[in-house]
Design a binder for this molecule. Structure first.
Ligand code: PLP
Length: 426
C-alpha cells in the first residue's frame, strides 16, 4: 500500500530479481524503509523527464549540491599534499583515525571560539551524513528518537535502518517509534517542547534543511534545558552554520550547559564546496555521558576506529587550508554569491504572491502551496518549467504542501529559473 503522504515508490525500487536468488534474508529494517532515499528518487524522476523531453534545458534546484569552483588556495593545498605522497619524505599512510591534530585544533580554534570546545573533542570524518549513521551505531538498540518535522531525511532513515523507528503508519506517513516535532511557520519553525514527549535522542538541525530557519538563542536555550531535564542527548546538525547572516547561534555549544547534553555534526560540504571532496567533523564533548556515567566520547572514539579509519589526508589538507584567513574570505565570497541567488529566488516567489520562508540563514527557501500535494507541485514545476525542486513531504509529513528550492547554482541558471517561474505562475 502506498502511504498517502509520502512519495510514490519508483519502479526500480520495486523490482525483484527473477531467477536465482541467494538464501540470505533481507533485513526487516531495510524492508521498513518507506522508499528509495529521497534524493536518488528525485534523480530518477528527473531522468524520466529528460528521457521524455530530451531537448529540455533542465535547471537543478533540487538536491542542493554546490556548483561554484573551490578557491585555488584550497585546491593547491590538496594538490601539494597529493604530490607529496609520491615522495619518500612526504608519503603518509593511515593517519590518526580521529583526524590530523592540526586540523582538529584549527576547527576548535576557528569555528568554536569561546565555547570551550577543544581539539581532542573534534572527530574529523568523510561526511556529516556518515557521522549521523555512525553516531547511531553506538546507541543501545532500543533508544527513542525525535526529529523535527520536516527535517533532513538521514535522521529518520538511519533510525529505520538501525531498527529503532518502529512500524510505518501508512495513513500518517510516520514511523510509530519516532517522535515527530512539528515545525511550522506559526511557531517560527521551532517545536512546541511543552507537548513533546521525552526521547533519548533529539535530532535538531539549525539552520534547518529544508525550512531554512535558524533557531534563536532563546529557542536553543529552551532546547538545552529540555534535554537536560529529560536526560536526552541532542544531535545538533550545523551543516549550514556558515550561512547564518543574523545573530542566531552558529553552534549549540554557544549555549551554556550544552556540552553536557549535545554532540554537534558539521561539514565542509556547503562551507567550502566539498560535497565531492568529502570532509566533515563531529564534536563529542568530554562532559557528555551515558546514564551510567560512562563518557560518550570514549565510545565514539571506538566506533571511529572500528567503523571508519580516518578521512583522506588530501581532503584534510584542503580542510586545513579552508581555515586560513585568506581562504575563509574567498569562501565567504562564494557563500555570498549563493546568498544573492537565494534573494533572487525569494523575490521571485514573493512577487508571485506566494508564501516563502527561509533564505536568510540558509541556502534554501521553503515555498508554501496550501492544499496541494508537494509531489504534484514538484511534478508540475518539472513538467512546465523544466526546473527540479524537492517535494516537501520527502522531509517528513510536516512538509506536505511545500517545496524546497535550493539556491546552489550558476547565476545565469538562477535568473533563467526566475524568468520561467514568473512566466508560468503569473
Ligand atoms: N546535514 C544536512 C542538514 C545536510 O543538508 C547535508 C547535505 O545536504 C548533510 C548533513 C550531509 O553532509 P555531507 O556532505 O558532509 O555528508
Amino acid at each position: 500500500v502506498q502511504p498517502k503522504t509520502t512519495f510514490a515508490r519508483s519502479k526500480s525500487a520495486n523490482e525483484r530479481k527473477v531467477g536465482h536468488c541467494t538464501k540470505v534474508p533481507r533485513s526487516n529494517n531495510m524492508e521498513s524503509l518507506q522508499t528509495g532515499y529521497l534524493f536518488p528518487e528525485i534523480f530518477i524522476r528527473e531522468s524520466e523527464h529528460m528521457r521524455k523531453n530530451p531537448h529540455a534545458r533542465l535547471i537543478k534546484l533540487g538536491v542542493g549540491d554546490t556548483t561554484e569552483p573551490i578557491p585555488d588556495i584550497i585546491t593547491s593545498a590538496m594538490a601539494e599534499q597529493a604530490r607529496a605522497l609520491s615522495t619518500g619524505r612526504g608519503y603518509r599512510g593511515y593517519g590518526p583515525e580521529q583526524g590530523d591534530a592540526a586540523l582538529r585544533t584549527a576547527i576548535a580554534e576557528k569555528l568554536y571560539q569561546d565555547t570551550g570546545v577543544k581539539g581532542n573533542e573534534i572527530f574529523v570524518s568523510d561526511g556529516a551524513q556518515c557521522d549521523i549513521s555512525r553516531f547511531q551505531m553506538l546507541l543501545a538498540p532500543n533508544v527513542s528518537v525525535a526529529v523535527q518535522d520536516p527535517s533532513f531525511p538521514a535522521y529518520t532513515d538511519s533510525s529505520v535502518i538501525l531498527g529503532r523507528a518502529g512500524k510505518l503508519q501508512v495513513e500518517t506517513g510516520k514511523y510509530g517509534g519516532i517522535v515527530y516535532m512539528k515545525c511550522r511557520p506559526e511557531s517560527n519553525f521551532f517545536p512546541d517542547l511543552s507537548t513533546t514527549p521525552r526521547t533519548d535522542i533529539i535530532f535538531f538541525c539549525s539552520p534547518n534543511n529544508p525550512t531554512g530557519s535558524a533557531a534563536s538563542w532563546q529557542q536553543l536555550k529552551q532546547l538545552v534545558e529540555f534535554a537536560k531535564a529529560n536526560g536526552s542527548i541532542i544531535v545538533y546538525d550545523s551543516a549550514y552554520a556558515a550561512y547564518i547572516t543574523d545573530d542566531s547561534p552558529r553552534s549549540i555549544f554557544q549555549i551554556p550547559g550544552a556540552k553536557e547534553v549535545a554532540i554537534e555534526i558539521s561539514s565542509f560540504s556547503k562551507l567550502a564546496g566539498f560535497t565531492g571532496v568529502r570532509l566533515a567533523w563531529t564534536v563529542v564533548p568530554e562532559e557528555l555521558s551515558y546514564s551510567n556515567g560512562y563518557p560518550v566520547i570514549k565510545d565514539y572514539n571506538r566506533i571511529v576506529c572500528t567503523c571508519f579509519n580516518g578521512a583522506s589526508n588530501i581532503s584534510q589538507a584542503g580542510g586545513l587550508a579552508c581555515l586560513s584567513a585568506e581562504a575563509y574570505k574567498a569562501l565567504s565570497n562564494i557563500m555570498g554569491y549563493y546568498k544573492e541567488n537565494t534573494k533572487i529566488l525569494l523575490d521571485t516567489f514573493a512577487s508571485l504572491g506566494m508564501k516563502v520562508y527561509g533564505g536568510t540563514n540558509a541556502p534554501y527557501i521553503w515555498v508554501h502551496f496550501p492544499g496541494l500535494s508537494s509531489w504534484d507541485v514538484f511534478t508540475e514545476i518539472l513538467e512546465k518549467t523544466d526546473i527540479v525542486t524537492v517535494p516537501g513531504v520527502g522531509f517528513g509529513p510536516g512538509g506536505e504542501g511545500y517545496v524546497r528550492v535550493s539556491s546552489f547554482g550558476h547565476r545565469e541558471c538562477i535568473l533563467e529559473a526566475s524568468k520561467r517561474l514568473r512566466n508560468y505562475y503569473k
